[in-house]
Design a protein around this ligand. Structure first.
Ligand SMILES: Nc1ncnc2c1ncn2[C@@H]1O[C@H](COP(=O)(O)OP(=O)(O)OP(=O)(O)O)[C@@H](O)[C@H]1O
Ligand SMILES: [Mg+2]
Length: 504
């Protein structure tokens, strides 16, 4: 056995978690053919180095040096000998002199570039051969080292090349996973869809998109109402027109009317010129009225008129202007309740409610959590430069069980927090924000159907187990692997108990 061998175990790879980062929808990736993808479990560093130099003492010195740094070293005394050796065995990196009798380093680099594109070449150049070394770099060598060199320099250059190679392989592996994911996962616009609930939403979106009907998108905060609205726009014949979004809750009442409908010069003190409103801006496209529940009553009347007559009046103007905008509205408020309370007009409610789309909260479609998690990890790695590659089992269990009051937006923020905290490429339980961890402990109360006088601990235990298993299965939509993790039971034990309790 080669004592210098560096294998995967010795390098202390992080424990692989349950999820390996994969999906994100990317369609324009052209895989670079020359870099082999890193296989799971494969060490990403260099292991074998081929030293090529016609001077035996130098070969010997490099060999000692590199062995000390835990590399396996093979050597050759000429370009020809190197090629012959490479016909028999693989190396990760070739460290070659440029000027040698017979075939020199430059030709060797060219050969490597053509025949062994996955192998990194580094050239060594003595005084007077720097031109050759530069030419070799042009031909595909990664770097050059000028002779005479300090030992540190060689090691450092190798490490640098190693790091670059590791990144290239990682990139390649990610790209392959992305391509697989693109082929298997479902997307609607920028929206990932996996659960039955979201498939139903997508079906409605596809159906309503072509028609210029008003759509009311309902759902809790952060479920993806804006994404749904954008998807409708993008699938509509107006896709090339503008998508104009306005948050009715974020603009002061006094300004909102002029924002929506525009104004004419002199309509009020600050109106120094005519101004078009958002209805006009959205001409040929879509106007998205977010937080429609916040629209003041006075404007509700005007909006209803605009929708019915397809024309508006700018503030301070008497003339009507034709509008050509498809209106989409969204709210997280209970509009029906607001109608009863008198804070939302019934006629507008009916007008908007022609085509409602209800986006379910994340806790009611837990199958979406894991794919969304992966999607956000990829996106955040790219955006922030974090390097999360997997999620530990207990962290995943927690994320699957959490009730997500802030829905997908909260999940996205949680992943960002955790990705920043994570070390060693694995997202661990401790990396999750306090809020997500805390609620695990409090858990809801349990009511068991046990007769008053029955004090059997055994029966109580069974009833409790049964109840918890049911909950875990409900939380995971019947996914027994995930449920077993939540329950901290082995998969086998869970299957056994499911059968025993007749829960199958
Ligand atoms: N199915 C999904 N796939 C990918 N990203 C999603 C999905 N659903 C929501 N998101 C992301 O979650 C965040 C919240 O989505 P969005 O703004 O559409 O929610 P919302 O319902 O409009 O929220 P609010 O009520 O707070 O305005 C966004 O960053 C969005 O990109
Ligand atoms: Mg929104």
């Amino acid at each position: 056995m080669d004592a210098g061998r560096r294998d995967a175990a010795a390098r202390g790879r992080p424990r692989r978690g349950a999820i390996v980062v994969a999906p994100s929808r990317q369609t324009t990736m052209t895989p670079s053919a020359e870099v082999p993808a890193a296989k799971p479990g494969e060490p990403l560093g260099f292991t074998r180095v081929l030293v090529v130099d016609d001077e035996a003492p130098l070969r010997h010195m490099l060999e000692l040096l590199l062995r000390r740094e835990q590399y396996q070293v093979v050597h050759a005394d000429s370009g020809e000998a190197a090629i012959e050796l490479l016909g028999r065995e693989d190396v990760d990196v070739v460290l070659t002199d440029v000027r040698m009798p017979g075939m020199g380093g430059l030709e060797l680099v060219r050969w490597l570039h053509a025949e062994r594109p996955g192998t990194t070449a580094i050239v060594m150049s003595a005084f007077g051969t720097i031109e050759l070394a530069l030419e070799a770099m042009h031909a595909g060598a990664y770097d050059y080292i000028a002779k005479p060199f300090k030992q540190d320099e060689v090691v450092l250059t190798l490490r640098k090349a190693e790091e670059r190679e590791r990144l290239r392989r990682e990139n390649r592996a990610l790209r392959e996973q992305l391509r697989d994911a693109a082929a298997t996962s479902d997307w609607l616009g920028d929206m990932l869809i996996r659960s039955a609930g979201m498939h139903a939403v997508a079906r409605t979106v596809r159906k309503v998109a072509p028609f210029k009907t008003t759509v009311l998108v309902l759902g809790e905060s952060g479920v993806g109402k804006e994404l749904v609205s954008r998807a409708i726009h993008r699938l509509s014949p107006r896709a090339d027109g503008p998508f104009v979004a306005v948050n009715c809750g974020a603009i002061p009442e006094a300004l909102l009317e002029s924002e929506l409908f525009g104004h004419v010069r002199g309509a009020f003190t600050d109106a120094t010129a005519d101004k078009r409103g958002l209805f006009e801006e959205a001409k040929g496209g879509t106007l998205f009225l977010d937080e429609i529940g916040e629209l003041p009553l006075a404007l509700q009347v005007k909006l209803l008129r605009a929708l019915q007559e397809e024309e508006i009046r700018r503030v301070g103007d008497t003339r009507a202007i034709k509008i050509d905008a498809r209106v989409l509205a969204a709210t997280s408020r209970e509009l029906a309740q607001m109608v009863e309370d008198g804070s939302f007009r019934q006629d507008l409610y009916y007008r908007l409610h022609v085509m409602p789309i209800e986006v379910p909260p994340l806790r009611e479609r837990r199958e979406d959590i894991a794919p969304l998690l992966e999607h956000f990890i990829v996106a955040i790695n790219r955006r922030l430069g974090t390097k999360v590659q997997s999620v530990a089992d207990d962290a995943l269990a927690r994320l699957l069980a959490y009730h997500w009051p802030g829905n997908v937006r909260e999940l996205e923020n949680t992943v960002e927090h955790a990705a920043v905290m994570a070390e060693g490429g694995v997202l661990q339980l401790a990396d999750l924000p306090e809020r997500v961890l805390r609620t695990a402990k409090s858990g809801g109360g349990v009511t068991l159907a046990i007769p008053e006088g029955d004090l059997s601990v055994k029966r109580a235990q069974r009833a409790l187990e049964r109840e918890f298993i049911l909950r875990a299965l409900a939380l995971t939509d019947g996914n027994r692997t995930h449920a077993a993790k939540l329950l901290e039971l082995s998969h086998r034990a869970l299957l056994y108990k499911i059968k025993e309790f007749g829960l199958a």
